[in-house]
Design a protein around this ligand. Structure first.
Ligand code: M6R
Length: 364
């Protein structure tokens, strides 16, 4: 059932190129994005004043990435919240709000409660769900499925990657209808999206190098992930991947926040993973990397091919292939997933079924 792989997590990571393709291909028609299941007319799309994304765990992280994509591409204000907070905070939403609930299982108790709360307040609810016919899929006004296929490992990989794709498609659709992208930009986004599966494959084939690197950090006590903007979102997901299956303490920080407290935790040899895929923020990131390195940190960088500048501030660099500024998380997450996986394997942890965790959290 694991198809020759040692763990479901590894198998599912390797299924990502296909899962991602299955999620975007039915929704790309020529140079256009067609999402019939969205069930919204262009007029309705134009009438949306705010998008409220609600989810838990990794699905929440996919939501944080989407905020940057939606705001940048489609120029619509986006709020993101974890479902357990949202449901009790008296959120300000109305008929002009599109609430997007992201969930792999479609059964997460807090996400389902957030959905019900949103509907009760008159908002339109779209579910981005992986499990067909699940509770969230049934109760949402509309459902856009991620076609990742069954995901068994507790640590999500392929479903998360498909959530990103679904959200990019949605942002592209909204951007088009609201007149925020030119035909050429749209063409370019579609071309970039079609290249993602091969690029993901390429990064997966880098596994030996990442395994070797991970083996040097099996005894790490704390790991910090830093990034800015969309790279802060990926840092959160990289950090969760590591901690949930390896039991190593890790945290994600917006790189500019380091000097407001966290930098005092950096000691000789502390591993800091820095993600920098946004060209306009390279310089700022590099100066943060220099700051932690001067205090003894070992800096692992994940950045775009061609950013050679980074070598002066990092001890180890993983390059991701070229894509546009909005899709980089789909590539940067691959080495971080592999890193978490190999640390967990190296420490002899139960990779697919980490302690205290369940695949779907159906209780509050
Ligand atoms: O099924 P859901 O997407 O609603 O689950 C949400 C979280 O429980 C889930 O993403 C969790 O954080 C994963 N274990 C992360 O790998």
């Amino acid at each position: 059932e694991k198809g020759g792989y040692e763990h479901f997590m590894l198998k599912e990571m390797y299924e990502q190129p296909k899962a991602v393709t299955d999620t975007f291909s039915p929704r790309i028609k020529g140079n256009d994005i067609v999402i019939e299941e969205l069930g919204m007319t262009d007029e309705e799309i134009r009438a949306i004043r705010k998008i409220m994304i609600v989810a838990c765990g990794s699905a929440y992280h996919a939501g944080v990435t989407s905020k940057y994509v939606f705001e940048g591409m489609a120029r619509i204000p986006v709020e993101v919240d974890v479902a357990s907070e949202y449901r009790y905070r008296d959120p300000i939403i109305d008929e002009g709000t599109l609430v997007v609930i992201i969930s792999q299982s479609g059964e997460t108790a807090d996400s389902l409660a957030a959905l019900r709360e949103s509907k009760a307040r008159g908002a339109r609810v779209l579910g981005i769900v992986n499990v067909v016919g699940s509770s969230i899929a049934r109760e949402a006004d509309n459902v856009m499925y991620t076609w990742a296929g069954p995901e068994i490992a507790v640590a999500t990989t392929k479903a998360y990657s498909c959530q990103l794709i679904a959200m990019y498609l949605l942002a592209m659709k909204f951007a088009k209808v609201r007149g925020q992208v030119t035909e050429n930009e749209m063409k370019r986004y579609i071309e970039d999206m079609k290249r993602l599966p091969d690029q993901i494959e390429l990064l997966l084939n880098n596994q030996n190098r990442i395994q070797k690197f991970a083996n040097r950090y099996l005894a790490a006590r704390d790991v910090f992930f830093i990034g800015r903007g969309i790279d802060y979102a990926i840092s959160m997901e990289g950090s969760l991947k590591l901690k949930e299956i390896s039991y190593i303490h890790s945290e994600a920080y917006a790189a500019g926040e380091l000097k407001h407290g966290t930098i005092s935790l950096i000691e000789e040899g502390t591993l800091v993973a820095a993600v920098l895929t946004q060209e306009d923020l390279y310089k700022k990131m590099i100066s943060n990397m220099v700051e932690v390195r001067t205090r003894g940190a070992f800096v692992l960088a994940v950045t775009n091919e061609g950013n050679d500048e980074v070598e002066r501030a990092a001890d180890y660099v993983i390059y991701i292939p070229e894509t546009n500024q909005y899709f980089t998380n789909s590539l940067a997450i691959i080495p971080l997933q592999l890193f978490g996986y190999y640390i967990s394997v190296g420490r002899g942890c139960d990779v697919d079924k980490p302690r205290n965790l369940a695949k779907s959290v159906t209780v509050e």
